[in-house]
Design a protein around this ligand. Sequence first.
Ligand SMILES: [Zn+2]
Ligand SMILES: [Zn+2]
Length: 260
Amino acid sequence: MELIVLGSGSCIMDQTERACASYLLKYDGKSVLIDTGAGMTRKLSRIEESHQDIDAVVNTHRHPDHVSDLIPFIQNKLVESIYYSENEEDITLYGPEGHSEYVESRIAYEMNESIDSLNENNSFEIKVVEFSEGSVTNYPDLECIEAVHGGSEFPCYSLKFETDNYSIVFTGDTDFHDRLVDFCEGVDLLVADCSMPDDHKVEGHMTPSECARISSSANVDKLVLSHLYPEADNIDLRSRVKADFEGEVVVAEDLKEISL
Ligand SMILES: [Zn+2]
Ligand SMILES: [Zn+2]
């Protein structure tokens, strides 16, 4: 299992080196995008792995720093298939309740198309699958629990990918909560929302101490600190977390590869 960080930052625009949330996960012949935040497509173009192998996209929620580049990603696929006869594999877009309507409306507004018309007139098929708590239709390796992100009319989910050999959780945007600790129990890798330092706690996101607390309580093997706002970026995050967590700690950077 291999994780490539495409975007480790936040919506704050002065983070020149960090795109918004996005990760590429490769395992067992699958290639899955987790979130498609602003700037993701440019980062994807800078890695060696072919973006044409991506067969699934999973969005945790609808905030722009997690979903903005979804339609540019689809546009790229459409144009590559029409102009170059490339990138013609089917793709499934997974997201929370309302994702179908969201994708359909953006494709209609930005591309003057419907998903049906795209599927009829092109060599690949787009499927949209919505999920809620629990297992996910058509994706047996994936399980979800609702995050505690607050302040939104739409939900956010934490995601767990689990096979016989490895398990990885992406917290999505969330505050600390006890169900998340249970969800992370014994996972090999936890990619955690570490938005703000302890002295600038904001609701709906976690601090380094909270990331350490989850990882320690859940016996996580390796912790990746991500979704960093500039305030978190400016402190020694690793040392702060290592004080309360004995496992391996990685501070995410765009284009960093993390193997399991
Ligand atoms: Zn959010
Ligand atoms: Zn976010």
